[in-house]
Each structure stands twice: as structure tokens, then as C-alpha cells.
Write a protein that binds this ligand. Structure first.
Ligand code: ZN
Length: 357
């Protein structure tokens, strides 16, 4: 374009401008307008190419051409955006007209989601124990075998350590890892931590969570939920323990629920007790569920075994504690009157809906 004079270039700009104007006014769609913009002002557009040749002119010519090109650009740009807005509005109107809303059509019904019944029962239990002064605490589900058994005074060869009952995960160095078979290793973690923390007392916690055992029938599942309580202080009594459980079961079932302790054995408590609650179905008069006894087994409990304190770095002569453990699925079955534990895990919606209180 070096041979162009400034007047020829100005004429060319004007020609391009009127051409562009025609194209703009002929555009039918917003996308056509955009195409016009690109073909004139884009990197390789006609007008851009003319302006790119400006370096071949002297200063005066550049000034003249520059003025005209500015005018042309401003004019075209305003036409382009005007036309584009106009077409876009029209296109939207047409679209709205086509997709007309029918306000008489029935709405789409989305059912409301609900928490799983086990989750609800677990939350309810946590809330009641919170009112009894126990703060929730948590720990990992993949646990050291040492915390899951040894530090809880399970002697080597104890039945619960058998491969039949425990899912072994893998070894981490010399430590064996297991899926925890109960929430009690969290007690170990809490005792170890408090021991490091200058033996800080009192400890009053509840530990809700999932646990795992190699077990699967109408009353056992390979994964289930427990909640357990731990209170540690200079002194602790079975009486305090009983008061907390009594409070829990009266709130969880109903005000008339009674509990009783029967002597039992657990490696990590001494003395140990099985806890029964008066049958929620027959109110104690005897039925099929309670096998005519009027009582239902609902928890295990006891005073923390001195060995456990010693194994966790405490001096068992200067500290006492109580602990209990409940199975959430068992409580849910009793509370909701559900005979087979597996129903909770099959996740049939009809069952889950019926189990909502
Ligand atoms: Zn009964």
C-alpha cells in the first residue's frame, strides 16, 4: 500500500465504512453483527489493515488519515453495538414467546431429604449425653492394634483379638493397624494426651463413631456405631456412672425406664457390669423381645481398670474413672421396633421412610 496517497487512503476508509454500514443494517442476527465487527476491526480486518499501513506515510498524512479513521471507527462501533443490542433484545423476546410459561401446569415435586435413622439416633444420644456433661470426642477408625487392645488390658490371645473378629489393615513399621473394633481406643488417646498435659483432670467425654468387626447376621453387622462415655477424676464411683446412664435411658426411651446392673467382665473395666433397661415393649411385664424377662441388655459399663491407667502413663493409685459403651444400632432397633439390623444398611427407601419417627 506504499503507493497510496493520503487522499486515496481516506477514500478507501470511507468506502469501507459505507460498506460496513450496509452490512450492519442488513444483519439479521446478533452473531452477524459480531462477524461484521471482526471482518473490519479484527486483527486481520479491512480497516485494521489500512491502519497498519500508516507507517508508510509522512506525519501530516498520518494525521489526516488518523482523524478520518477515528471518525469512521467511532461511528461504526456505535452502530455495531446499537444493532447488536437491538437484535439481542429481539432474539430474547422471540425466545420468551416460544418458551412461554404455563402458570397452571403442575409443579415438579422434589421430596425432602431425611437423615438416616441410625444417624438420627446417634445424634439424639450425643445430645442427651451432652446434657449430662459429656463432651464429644473423636478418633481414627483405622487404629493401632496397640491402642485398640493392648493398652486396654486385652491380654495376648484374648478372643476379641482373633482374626475372626478384627479386620487387620496392614503394618505400619512394627505397629499393626486394625479397623477399630470398638470406640475405646479413643479413651486411650485421651488418657495419653491428658497424661502429657500434666495429668489434667477432670476428663468427661463421650465418643460416638463407627466400629468394625468380622460379623454379619440379623443382630450383627461388619460396621456399626457405638457411643461410649469416659469420666476420670481423683475419685469416681459406680453410683455416678449409674446416675448418668439412668438419666440417658429415661430421656432416650421414656421417663419410666428403669435400669439395672449385672456383674460382668470386660478387660478394661473393674468392676464391670452389663446394663439392662426395662423392656420398652412390655414395660417390664415380659414379652417375646425381652424373652419374658422384662429386661433388655443395652450397655456395658464399669470403673476404668487400674491396668489401663498404668498402661496409659497414669498412676492408678491417684486416679479413678468410669466408662460405658452402647451400641447405636441396638438402641435404634429397640426404639424404632425394628427386628433385623440389616434393614438399616440395605437402604430401601420404603423402610427408611417408615423408620422415620
Ligand atoms: Zn418385653
Amino acid at each position: 500500500m506504499a503507493e497510496l496517497t493520503s487522499s486515496k487512503t481516506i477514500d478507501l476508509l470511507k468506502t469501507l465504512s459505507s460498506e460496513a454500514k450496509e452490512k450492519i443494517s442488513a444483519a439479521k442476527l446478533a452473531v452477524d453483527v459480531e462477524q461484521v465487527r471482526v471482518s473490519y476491526f479484527g486483527k486481520k480486518g479491512f480497516i485494521s489493515e489500512v491502519l497498519a499501513s500508516l507507517k508508510n506515510f509522512n506525519a501530516e498524512a498520518r494525521k489526516e488519515i488518523g482523524q478520518v479513521s477515528n471518525q469512521v471507527r467511532e461511528e461504526l462501533e456505535s452502530l455495531l453495538s446499537q444493532k447488536k443490542a437491538e437484535l439481542e433484545t429481539r432474539e430474547l423476546d422471540q425466545k420468551l414467546l416460544k418458551d412461554q410459561l404455563d402458570p397452571t401446569a403442575p409443579g415438579v415435586f422434589y421430596p425432602r431429604g431425611e437423615l438416616h435413622p441410625i444417624r438420627k439416633v446417634l445424634r439424639e444420644a450425643v445430645q442427651i449425653f451432652e446434657k449430662a456433661g459429656l463432651t464429644p470426642a473423636y478418633g481414627p477408625e483405622v487404629e493401632y492394634e496397640n491402642y485398640c487392645f493392648d493398652k486396654l488390658n486385652f491380654k495376648p490371645g484374648h478372643a476379641a483379638r482373633d482374626m475372626q473378629a478384627t479386620f487387620f489393615v496392614k503394618n505400619q513399621g512394627t505397629e499393626r493397624l486394625v479397623l477399630r473394633t470398638h470406640t475405646s481406643p479413643v479413651q486411650v488417646r485421651i488418657l495419653l494426651k491428658a497424661a502429657q498435659n500434666n495429668f489434667e483432670l477432670p476428663i468427661r467425654v463421650q465418643i460416638p463413631g463407627r466400629v468394625y468387626r468380622v460379623d454379619d447376621d440379623s443382630t450383627h453387622a461388619p460396621m456399626f456405631h457405638q457411643i461410649e462415655g469416659l469420666a476420670v477424676d481423683r475419685t469416681a464411683t459406680m453410683g455416678d456412672l449409674r446416675a448418668v446412664l439412668d438419666y440417658f435411658f429415661r430421656n432416650f426411651f421414656d421417663e419410666k425406664t428403669k435400669i439395672r446392673f449385672r456383674p460382668s467382665f470386660f478387660p478394661f473395666t473393674e468392676p464391670s457390669a452389663e446394663v439392662d433397661a426395662s423392656c420398652v415393649f412390655c414395660k417390664g411385664s415380659g414379652c417375646k423381645v425381652c424373652k419374658q424377662s422384662g429386661w433388655l441388655e443395652v450397655a456395658g459399663a464399669g470403673l476404668v481398670h487400674p491396668e489401663v491407667f498404668d498402661l496409659c502413663g497414669w498412676d492408678s493409685k491417684s486416679v479413678q474413672g468410669w466408662a460405658f459403651g452402647l451400641g447405636i444400632e441396638r438402641l435404634a432397633m429397640l426404639k424404632l421396633g425394628i427386628p433385623d439390623l440389616r434393614l438399616f444398611f440395605e437402604n430401601r427407601l420404603s423402610f427408611l421412610r417408615a423408620a422415620q419417627k
